[in-house]
Design a protein around this ligand. Sequence first.
Ligand code: GLY
Length: 377
Amino acid sequence: MTTQRELPLSDAGFPVDSAESMLSYPVLVGARAIEAAGELCRPFEHVALLADETVLGLHGERLGDLCNLPTFILTPGEANKDWKHLGQILEFMSSAGLSRDSLLLTFGGGMTGDMGGLAASLFKRGMSVGHIPSTLLSQVDASVGGKTAVNLPAGKNLAGTFHPPRFVLADLDLLRTQDLNEWRSGLGEVVKTALLARAPLFGELEKAALSIANPESADYETLSTLVQACIRTKAQWVQTDPTEQGSRKALNLGHTFGHAIEHATGYGTVPHGIAVAMGLVLAMNASKATGTLLEHDLQERILQLLQNLGLPRSWKECPKSEQTPLSTRSLVQGLAQDKKGQVAKPRFVLPQAIGKVLWDQELETTTLNAVIDGWLA
Ligand code: GLY
C-alpha cells in the first residue's frame, strides 16, 4: 500500500561554502518540495516552463499558478533529446521574451533537465535554470551537478555544457506514479552513489533495500533520507571537481559498461540506471580480475543488494535479454563509443572499497573479454 504520510520538507544540505560559488544552490527534498517553486521563481522578471508532457498531465496542477507560465511541452523519448528539439526550445525561449535575467523552470526527468540546462546555458550566452526533477534517477543524480546535454547520432549526451541550476526541488510525491522499470533505473544510480559514499550510506541502503524496491509500497520516509544522502554524496564529489577534470569521474562508476550495454542493445531498450546497475557488476568483476578490489566481501554485498532491489545482476536476469542479443563483440564495440574514454581504449572506474574507487583505468583486452564473457555466460 502506498504510504501517503506527509513527509517533512528538508534541505538536503547541498554545500554552500564551496569556493565555486556556482555550486551554491538549494536542493529541497520532501513530499511538498514543489511548493517552494513560486518563492524561488519570484526574483526573476520572466520565467518560462519546459515540461515533460506526461509529467505535466499527471502532476501539472501541483505547480499552482506556475501552470500559467509560457510553456514548452516536451514529448518524452530519448529520440527527442536532439538538436532539432533543442532548437525549438531556444526559439520558444526567444518568443517568450526571455532575457539573461530570466529563469527556465524544468519539470520532468533527466531528459527535460538536461535539455533545459543546455538551452539555458546557450540562450543569450547563459541564463538561469531551476529543476523540478520528477524521477528517482533525476532526483538523486541528473538534476544535481550542472551537467547538461543532448544526444548526437554518434552517441548519448555527446553535446553539452556544465551549467549548474539555481535550485533543485526533489518532490518525492512526484515519484509515486513512476513505473517499476523507471523506478529500478533510479535505484541503479542510488546503488552507484552509495558505493561512492564515505558515510555509512551503503549499509543503510542494504538495510532499507526491501522497503524501497517498489514505488507503490515504498517507505517514503526511508526513501527521503536515502535521496538526501545520495544528493549530499554527489555534491561532495562535484564540489571537488565541478567540470570533471579528475575526481568527478568517480560518478561514472558503472557507466562505461552501462553506456556500452545501452549502445549495443539500442538506446531506450534497457533503462539507463538498470544498465548502470549491470555496469557496476562488470566493474566489480574487472576490479577483482585486476587485483584492484581491496574489500573482498564487497562483490557479494553488491550482488545481494541488487537482488533485494529487483535489479539484474547479469544479462540473463535482465528482462530484455530474451528478445535482445548481446555478445562480447557488440559490448566491446559499444565501449569504443563511450565519450569518457579514448575511441580505441575505454577508461573505467574500478571500485576498491566502499567510498574508494580508481578512475581512468584501462583494461587489457584479454581481461576485458574474460570479464564480459563471464558476465554474459
Ligand atoms: N552523472 C554523473 C555526473 O553528474 O557527473
